[in-house]
Design a protein around this ligand. Sequence first.
Ligand SMILES: [Fe+2]
Ligand SMILES: [Fe+2]
Length: 253
Amino acid sequence: MNDIITLSQKADALEEKMARELDYIVVKSRIYQLAEGDMGPPTNPAEARKKNPDAKVLMGDDPRLPAMPEKPTLMDFFKYRFGPSMHLLQSARHAVKGGLPEKMVLACLLHDISTAGFIRGDHGYWGAQLVEPYVDPEVTWAIRAHQVLRFYPDEDVGYEYPQSYITGFGADYAPDPYIQDDYKRMRNHKWYMSGRMITVHDIYSFDPSVHVELEEFEDVIGRHFKQPEEGLGFDNSPVAHMWRAMIRPAKYL
Ligand SMILES: [Fe+2]
Ligand SMILES: [Fe+2]
């Protein structure tokens, strides 16, 4: 018998082990499956229950994740949901040093919250949408634009095409057509320079010795981010469900 265990067998075994050990059943969203290159069917709760008859399908808080307050603030998402955010904090401090107005410091602080907490592809568009009800329209516009402007140099402000893109994507990489189209629109927009400023302060070379605390920006957030009283995710805004998706990313329905 072939004793080589394939990666997918390993994953199945791990899932089974988890189902036995947890008293709840996790069914991954399709998008998580697709991100693994997995075109198979989702976990069948009835099948999973055979191994663990008392288990319930996860519909509430996920015990594997830190508990969120009932009325979560933006700061809570930084603390309990976003991955390491030093890039955002360093960008925001860089923006302060560059003399940017406060609302643009906030834009720098938030420009990559989608990669930090939600989804990577098109992160500028997703990130802008996440914050749209709570910030100045120029901040939203700039966050969306940084996604596009990142790919285009602007010598007037000393912004070069990132070396890391050449290394990471290849020298012959060209942005997708929708990015190219958006660039044409954004280049002539009245807020072009705001989007451009995010790219200027979007520093890719981190100084590991520089540590920035989120609290440094608490006042800026307080003044320029309209924190909903009910908490992010529970304010009946058009994007509330997106914040809830981060609170309970494995909720079954
Ligand atoms: Fe970004
Ligand atoms: Fe960034």
